[in-house]
Design a protein around this ligand. Structure first.
Ligand SMILES: NC(=O)c1ccc[n+]([C@@H]2O[C@H](COP(=O)([O-])OP(=O)(O)OC[C@H]3O[C@@H](n4cnc5c(N)ncnc54)[C@H](O)[C@@H]3O)[C@@H](O)[C@H]2O)c1
Length: 386
């Protein structure tokens, strides 16, 4: 076996020493499924580590949803030629060991570690295409914020991946605006894992750098719901900015939003831990997305236009192919709330959706506080799980 490298811990290294049945000298092969703004940064982080750590193959494959650029060239070819995702992360070198691949089946076929990072609305289709195409021993992690709402109830993306592909799926969420991590500004993230601590440590090792500090937490649902729900709060914060309401109002929106995030998560999954909301995926992600980020930015423009220009129109104009998550998540959460008779319990989530669909004006984001008594119902949310 190759000698242990600096920075490889004993526990984390056990994955490559045969303790898990993989055999001595086994090297993990990583594929990133997705190549947008965060997908490209994730590939860069991972690629810097696979070069340093003996327990990983150097090469990191990155599946690219193929596009033809204005120059007439294919995005994949340009990434492989320039080592840059010129459309979604211009100006940043990904690392020479990142190989862009437009063929999904080919990109995943040899990997035993799959990193899913596409906008959530595409995941159902991607999972369907991957059935029977991934290795039996594969471990997955989802960096995707959002959920699917089905007849039988809400389905988190990690669960969709697990169920459709029959594999274990962890999550990584946090206060992570991709463009800031791309230029190596310090930030933190949280890995949510189900029950295998060694797998969690393997993910921590794959993502951690001196400027990206990753902490494992045994609470997949809590971590994932934080990452998903905070985008609704960011939309509310954008409305507040568009209405020039100031910092106190924005802080109030963040606090109420965090409270609804916690209540909603615990209503859906009684296993969700309070402490998760104090990790990077919780309060820190709420703060960063309400201060920066695309959901806040587009919601601000929506409010400045008095709700007269649709989110679809603003998204296309302002984001150049990047996707908003908060508006669709607000709709999905609204469906769950209305189906379960919980609308009154979640005035902020409900109001955000009603503003997005034009039923209420943007100013309604601060009017619901007049109905404050409804919020007190959340204090004892366990009553509603029965
Ligand atoms: N960007 C961030 O700062 C950030 C940070 C943390 C988490 N996230 C989350 O990461 C996930 C991915 O976001 P992103 O920023 O990497 O993407 P993005 O919004 O920058 O880019 C959109 C991506 O979707 C792809 N795409 C378009 N149509 C598609 C289709 N039909 N099928 C499959 N793919 C298609 C595009 O090629 C592009 O790669 C989202 O869930 C997001 O919430 C983003």
């Amino acid at each position: 076996m190759a000698p242990q490298q600096e920075g490889e811990t004993e526990t984390a290294n056990s994955y490559s020493t045969g303790n898990d049945g993989q055999g001595v000298g086994f090297k993990s092969k990583v594929t990133v499924v997705g190549s947008g703004n965060w997908g490209s940064v994730a590939a860069k982080l991972i690629a810097s580590n696979t070069l340093k750590l003996n327990s990983f193959h150097d090469e990191v494959r990155m599946w690219v949803f193929e596009e033809t650029l204005q120059t007439g060239e294919k995005l994949t070819d340009v990434i492989n030629k320039t080592n840059e995702n010129v459309k979604y992360l211009p100006g940043i070198k990904l690392g020479k060991n990142v190989l862009a691949d437009p063929d999904l089946d080919n990109a995943v076929k040899d990997a035993n570690m799959l990193v899913f990072v596409t906008p959530h609305q595409f995941m159902e289709g991607i999972c369907k295409r991957l059935v029977g195409k991934v290795r039996g021993d594969v471990e997955a992690i989802s960096l995707i914020k959002g959920m699917e709402v089905k007849m039988e109830g809400p389905c988190m993306i990690s669960n969709l991946i697990s169920e459709q592909l029959g594999i274990n799926c962890s999550v990584l969420m946090g206060a992570n605006i991709a463009n800031e991590i791309a230029v190596e500004k310090f930030s933190e993230a949280t890995v949510g894992y189900r029950d295998n601590r060694e797998i969690a440590e393997q993910w921590v090792k794959l993502f951690s750098t001196p400027y990206f500090m990753v902490t494992p937490v045994q609470d997949v649902e809590g971590v994932e719901l934080c990452g998903t729900l905070k985008n609704i709060v960011a939309i509310a914060a954008g409305f507040v900015d568009g209405l020039d309401m100031g910092n106190n109002t924005k802080a109030a929106i963040m606090r109420i939003g965090l409270r609804e995030m916690k209540a909603f998560s615990k209503l859906l999954f009684s296993s969700v831990r309070d402490s998760t909301f104090f990790e990077s995926c919780g309060v820190a992600d709420v703060i960063t997305t309400c201060l920066g980020g695309r959901n806040r930015k587009v919601a601000e423009a929506f409010a400045r236009n008095g709700g007269k220009r649709s989110f679809d129109e603003l998204e296309a104009e302002m984001l150049q192919g990047q996707k908003l998550q908060g508006v669709s998540t607000a709709r999905e959460v609204y469906e769950v709330l209305s189906h379960r008779g919980w609308l009154q319990l979640f005035p902020l989530f409900t109001t955000v959706h009603e503003i997005c669909t034009g039923r209420l004006p943007p100013s309604a984001i601060v009017e619901y506080s007049e109905k404050e008594p409804r919020l007190s119902l959340l204090e004892d949310s366990t009553r509603y799980t029965k």
